[in-house]
Write a protein that binds this ligand. Structure first.
Ligand SMILES: *[C@@H]1O[C@H](CO)[C@@H](O)[C@H](O)[C@H]1NC(C)=O
Ligand SMILES: *[C@@H]1O[C@H](CO)[C@@H](O)[C@H](O)[C@H]1NC(C)=O
Ligand SMILES: *[C@@H]1O[C@H](CO)[C@@H](O)[C@H](O)[C@H]1NC(C)=O
Length: 801
């Protein structure tokens, strides 16, 4: 015992006394050795997070296992434990692999002759190489940010060297190699940060926004205490950057761009990281989702509204949830009558690319200048500390605003220029008052006519009502080679589907209503009504319809990669879907479904979600299709009952199959099945295993309970997957297929969980754990027996009675 204590004490002393923060010329750091900053916050050394690949990096030492804040060799992997960091007498850090290959080195920003170099890990976490005589930094890790932004580090642009200091995400939670997201600064107008997705460089993934002294405009959690400052430093012809500093010495914070493109701030609270600034992650974060002068509010349905005093530019599109054209002033701008400014509070300030600013001007001066400049559309403070200061002016339509949620002060005040009402406008209101009687009479008459006419409505009328473009039969026949069998893509819910090429160019898919199916007609109309009013990038797009005699057709955009089942369940094709693609598909379906359930004007339950109804475009974006069975919901309805159970076996939830109860949670069940199918590459229906008789859900559940969930992973994925992401997907899948509908998460929680946020609750046993035996089916209900015999097709006509 005594010996034991002695060794410990000795080791402890050795460890602390060996804590040095510098490397001298010709000194080396071997794998296993570290250097530690003087305040003992940071440590530099070798680490692994992913198989046996080693990285040279700096981690924050004060928390369990350390939080990696910087990595040297992000691009070049170091295998094995024989790596070595060498500090040369020329003042360069060089990283060698076990066989002495140089895999990384610090590139000095300036070369200086006759230096006396020292490499030092500073208390800020900055690894610097400096000249011991002059004290000048020759190189510093803060000039080469990874995914983490530490206090004192600059994110921005060096106007002299042209160097941009961006954050770049990791590839996955455990893999520091460069991922697909970056945080960069845009310096057109008032500097602001934005997140870009390298896979889609053409557009901004998200706009973080401009810094307002306390945080970023519209970022949740800012301004709640005075612990941090975010300052925009603008030195004309030198550099422009944002840096953040801690106002309290004892507290420590970091900002991090995670591998899923989310940008968040953490604060250390007794050796645990707590989230301090949380970005929103929802539909409203899509850049410019509500168009000009529209504001997004995630608690509204639909999420977009025009600001007060503004109206939709194209009302028809706006009411169909296509907000891209945005809003315009209700009273058009008029030079003669003059302007006034309306104050809007608690908004995320709009895109500042087309702005001008002066950080010493007051709000009053700002108003004067904006009034005198015709192109000025709005103004606001640049800094909100101490009651606000500075002047920021916009010169174009205002885009990408959102309402801060109630009780959250993340938004800012903005003053938007409006025209004074003219005499003409007053007359208009007068007219509205004098003629309401006539107006109402006309309305009633119209209503009656419409009602009588509606009673005899056919598909043609429905499509016409929906204002869908009409395609002539002649045109469609030409496009499809007269419905040639060679162009047949398959069998949809209510008829055959053909590929077509329009004469003027453009590929289409044509769904032709079968002339013999009465049921098909109802579905056809249902589909037209649902899909025509929905617009979302994860829903298939309806281009128009064709009606001629008894021919009825719906025309869609063509999906070159067919449907998910075609790739996923096919031995030769399944390897085309690597893990990043599958993960992207899962996320796409989740977002499409969230839109259907919650964010669309109609609120729709799909009721037939399955792999063959997920179509894939040329970029493998998932698009939900086939709304023949979908049901619209009123806002107050959450559940409904039907005596006609429709859906597809293997995907329908227990409560729905047994009792005909359907709700958004039955779609969630189907979604869960899909997720598990996507991870495993196996169909739930028809799944067999040598060891047991469970179906895929039962199998996944069994592996999960036995703590070997990764055995579910499809072999066709090779090593394209990362454990953390796959585990997350399996977890979400199992949560969604829980037996009781009330245990299942709703789609907005699902989207959160997939985004790496929100706790992952421990799931309960799934519904349909085991494949039903024929006996069980018979005793459950006669209806299920019918289901059992229909196999994989959509069941549309089954009466429960
Ligand atoms: C750096 O300078 C300090 C102070 O002048 C001196 O004490 C130290 O020995 C120098 N270190 C090196 C490596 O030259
Ligand atoms: C900003 O405004 C102040 C006060 O009006 C003025 O003195 C200063 O020159 C302005 N700065 C710039 C860069 O326009
Ligand atoms: C309005 O302000 C912009 C930006 O400062 C400037 O380029 C433009 O000339 C101004 N227009 C007028 C009429 O003052």
């Amino acid at each position: 015992m005594i010996w034991f204590y002695c060794t410990c004490a000795l080791l402890f002393i050795l460890k602390t006394s060996s804590a040095v923060d510098t490397l001298l010329p010709n000194q080396t750091l071997k794998d296993g050795d570290t250097i530690v900053s003087a305040n003992e916050f940071f440590e530099l050394g070798f680490f692994s997070r992913y198989r046996n690949v080693r990285y040279l990096g700096i981690w924050f030492k004060k928390v369990d296992k350390g939080t990696v804040v910087w990595v040297a060799n992000r691009d070049v992997l170091l295998a094995g434990f024989m790596g070595m960091l060498k500090f040369t007498d020329k003042g360069t850090l060089q990283l060698f692999s076990g066989n002495n290959t140089l895999i990384w080195s610090s590139q000095p920003s300036k070369t200086i002759a006759n230096i006396n170099p020292v490499a030092q890990l500073l208390d800020t976490g900055n690894l610097v190489i400096r000249d011991n005589v002059t004290g000048d930094f020759i190189w510093q890790s803060f000039d080469h940010p990874g995914n983490t932004w530490l206090p004192g580090m600059k994110i921005g642009v060096d106007l002299v060297t042209g160097i941009q200091r961006n954050l770049t995400s990791w590839k996955s939670r455990g893999d520091p190699s460069p991922g697909s997201y970056t945080v960069s600064m845009d310096i057109n107008g008032f500097p602001q940060l934005y997140i870009a997705n390298m896979k889609d460089k053409s557009r901004w993934h998200r706009r973080v926004g401009s810094a307002n002294g306390v945080g970023f405009t519209g970022m949740r959690g800012q301004g709640q205490s005075g612990f941090y400052e975010f300052e925009t430093v603008y030195k004309t012809r030198e550099e422009i950057y944002i840096n953040f500093t801690s106002l309290i010495n004892s507290s420590f914070s970091r900002m991090m761009l995670n591998y899923q493109g989310n940008f968040r701030q953490f604060v250390l609270n007794s050796s645990k990281w707590e989230e301090y600034i949380t970005p929103f992650q929802d539909e409203c974060e899509i850049y410019g989702v509500c168009g000009a002068y529209g504001s997004c509010n995630i608690n509204n349905s639909p999420v977009c509204t025009c600001l007060e005093g503004f109206e939709p530019k194209v009302p028809k599109e706006w009411s169909a949830n296509d907000w891209s054209n945005g809003c315009k002033h209700e009273i058009p701008m008029n030079n003669e009558t003059g302007y006034n400014f309306s104050k809007f509070s608690n908004l995320k300030l709009p895109d500042s690319r087309d702005t001008w600013f002066n950080s010493t001007m007051s709000l009053g001066e700002c108003e004067k200048v904006c009034t005198g400049n015709v192109s000025c559309t709005a103004y606001a403070n640049t800094d909100i500390r101490d009651g606000g200061s500075g002047c920021l002016m916009w010169f174009s339509e205002l885009v990408d605003m959102r309402d801060a949620p109630q009780g959250d002060d993340s938004g800012q005040d903005i003053y938007i220029k409006m025209a004074n009402p003219t005499f003409g406008d007053k007359k208009k209101t007068h007219l509205k008052v004098t003629f309401p009687v006539v107006f109402v009479v006309v309305l009633i008459t119209l209503g009656l006519i419409l009602y009588a006419w509606k009673k005899k409505k056919n598909s043609h009328d429905i499509c016409e009502d929906l204002e869908l473009p009409l395609f002539s039969l002649d045109k469609i026949a030409k496009a499809t080679g007269n419905f040639s069998i060679n162009n047949k893509l398959g069998q949809g819910g209510f008829g055959e589907v053909y590929k077509g090429v329009l004469e003027e160019g453009g590929e289409i898919a044509v769904k032709r209503l079968s002339k013999t199916s009465r049921q098909g007609l109802v579905e056809f109309q249902n589909e037209a009504m649902c899909i025509a009013k929905l617009q979302h990038r994860n829903l298939v797009k309806l281009l128009g319809y064709c009606a001629h005699g008894d021919e009825m057709m719906l025309i869609y955009e063509y999906m070159p990669n067919k449907s998910l089942d075609y790739l996923l369940f096919d031995e030769n094709n399944s390897s085309l879907l690597d893990w990043p693609r599958r993960n992207h598909i899962i996320n796409g379906i989740a977002r499409g479904l969230l839109y259907l359930h919650q964010d669309s004007v109609l609120r729709i339950i799909h009721r037939d979600l399955k792999a063959s109804n997920i179509l894939l475009d040329s970029n493998m974006n998932a698009k939900i299709s086939d709304f023949g069975l979908a049901r619209m919901f009123k806002e107050y309805e959450t559940e409904a009952n039907t005596n006609k159970v429709v859906g597809t076996l293997g995907y329908i939830s227990p409560e729905y199959a047994a009792n005909g109860n359907f709700s958004a949670k039955s779609d969630v069940f189907s979604f869960g099945v899909l997720v598990l199918e996507i991870v495993s590459g196996k169909k739930n229906r028809g799944f067999t295993h040598q060891g047991h008789h469970d179906n895929l859900l039962g199998h996944a559940w069994r592996l999960y309970k036995e703590a070997r969930p990764l055995e579910l992973v499809d072999a066709a994925l090779g090593d394209s997957w990362t454990a953390s992401e796959v585990l997350q997907a399996i977890h979400v899948g199992l949560s969604c297929v829980q037996h009781h509908a009330y245990d299942r998460p709703n789609m907005s929680s699902v989207v959160h969980m997939l985004g790496g946020d929100g706790a992952l609750p421990v799931p309960n046993q799934p519904g349909y754990y085991a494949e039903l035996t024929k006996h069980e089916v018979e005793s459950t209900s006669s209806m299920l027996l019918l289901l059992g015999s229909v196999n994989d097709f959509t069941i549309t006509q089954l009466d429960a009675r």
